[in-house]
Design a protein around this ligand. Structure first.
Ligand code: HSE
Length: 430
């Protein structure tokens, strides 16, 4: 059989990983795909003479890759959305298949791009866009295709997980842990994409569109990052039997599909609560299987290259990799989402404060599960003595908690912004 001829755009970390992995496993890939996968042309802004391209033609112009009549499939690993979109449009025009790891492109414009691709009959593969080497797209589209998914909860940003782990294990500050994540090359070019949850929201939007038939649109994901979480929150959570994880959660709920990314207290006994460092993990709870967990390296040259090659091998075998997205399900607004809460209320240490807070919560119909106020946590600042009051609540809808927090925040005894972290049991019923 004729080889599948690949045009590779981008020779950054992942692009070089694809070249390396294809070379390393050439024979087994050919056997499994039923034909050879051959890179015939490469484009990159920067020449990388140290990379052995195995005879592929090299240039700086990506248009030349699409227009090369030998190329069957274009692999976009350039990053950024504008140039990637232009490359996709060129592929549509030239009827070339498109494989990408570009989560931002898909989360912003994917619904339209996939529709266009299906209309002209080109395939779009994006296994590398979510959780790097963890084959979660295939798990949802293939392995679990006969299941109704009830909820998904994932650690899908390795940088945030690395930072929370460092804060938890070594009691380091957020800024210090972020600096190390950047130095190790985990963070996105703009680290706010990691720490403010934007990257995770992109990935959750992709997973939700596949699992729940919501429109592929990251702007519909409620998004909160980890930059306000403190080492103290992590310690209190631990005292209450929880770990703090930055999760992307999507759930079928009465009234619509929840889609939210935020720091979350997870019971320490859950497997996902123990996924540490830069690793990714996604729990999928579906009707036939119950909970299944997908764990592994969410970024890096070879893990991401593994995902790109999975799509390319599918194409070589003649499998259709472009999903059919319907997008008809309603997204539940965050104000209607029900969850439990951890609250850290910095309050003046005097009689009656806790009673006032409890009264506000009680008026809002919010039941308290646990309270911590530690003598040794008392601070003296600007002539005032205050202390963090930690409250764990039962489940309540977000709108009720918003109203209660607004009232607590106006109490004269509350000296700073109240911290809220949502709590999820992630058990078989949640
Ligand atoms: N910055 C991303 C992360 C890389 O930290 O997970 C992979 O998308």
């Amino acid at each position: 059989m004729e080889p599948l001829r690949i045009g590779l755009c981008g020779l950054g970390t992942v692009g070089r990983g694809v070249v390396e992995l294809l070379d390393r496993n050439r024979d087994l890939i050919t056997r499994r795909a039923g034909r050879e996968l051959r890179i015939v042309r490469v484009a990159s802004r920067t020449a990388r003479p140290e990379v052995d391209l195995g005879g592929a033609e090299f240039g700086t112009d990506v248009a030349a890759v699409v227009n090369d009549p030998r190329v069957d499939v274009v692999v976009e690993l350039m990053g950024g959305t504008d140039a990637a979109r232009r490359l996709f449009d060129a592929c549509l025009g030239a009827r070339k298949h498109f494989v990408t790891g570009n989560k931002a492109l898909l989360a912003g414009q994917g619904a339209h791009l996939l529709e266009q691709a299906r209309a002209v009959g080109i395939a779009v593969g994006f296994e590398a866009a979510v959780a790097g080497g963890v084959p979660i797209i295939k798990a949802l589209r293939e392995g679990l295709a006969g299941n109704a998914v009830e909820w998904i909860a994932g650690i899908i940003n390795g940088t945030s997980n690395f930072i929370l782990t460092a804060m938890s294990r070594e009691r380091r500050s957020f800024a210090d842990a972020l600096a190390e994540a950047q130095a190790r090359g985990y963070a996105e070019a703009d680290p706010t994409f990691d720490v403010e949850g934007i990257d995770a929201a992109h990935k959750l939007a992709i997973l939700s569109a596949l699992a729940f038939d919501v429109r592929l649109d990251a702007s519909a994901v409620f998004t909160e990052g980890i930059s306000r979480v403190t080492a103290e929150d992590i310690e209190y959570a631990r005292a209450l039997g929880y770990r703090v994880k930055h999760l992307g959660i999507a759930r079928r709920s009465t009234g619509g599909i929840e889609m939210r990314v935020h720091p979350t207290l997870v019971p320490e006994s859950r497997l996902i609560a123990n996924v540490d460092g830069v690793m990714n993990a996604v729990v999928v709870h579906s009707d036939a299987v119950g909970s299944s967990l997908y764990y592994g390296a969410g970024a890096g040259a070879l893990p991401s290259a593994s995902a790109v090659l999975a799509d390319l091998i599918d194409l070589a075998r003649g499998n259709i990799v472009t999903p059919r997205l319907h997008g008809g399900q309603r997204v539940l607004p965050m104000s209607a989402v029900e969850t439990a809460y951890y609250l850290r209320i910095p309050a003046v240490d005097q009689p009656g404060v806790l009673a006032k807070v409890a009264q506000i919560l009680s008026f809002a119909g919010i039941s308290i599960e646990a309270v911590i106020q530690r003598e040794q946590a008392i601070r003296k600042e600007a002539g005032r003595q205050w202390v963090p009051v930690i409250i764990l609540t039962h489940r309540v809808i977000e709108a009720a908690m918003d109203r209660a927090l607004a009232a607590i925040q106006t109490l004269p005894e509350v000296v700073d912004t109240v911290m809220r972290i949502r709590v999820e049991p992630l058990d078989d019923h949640a």
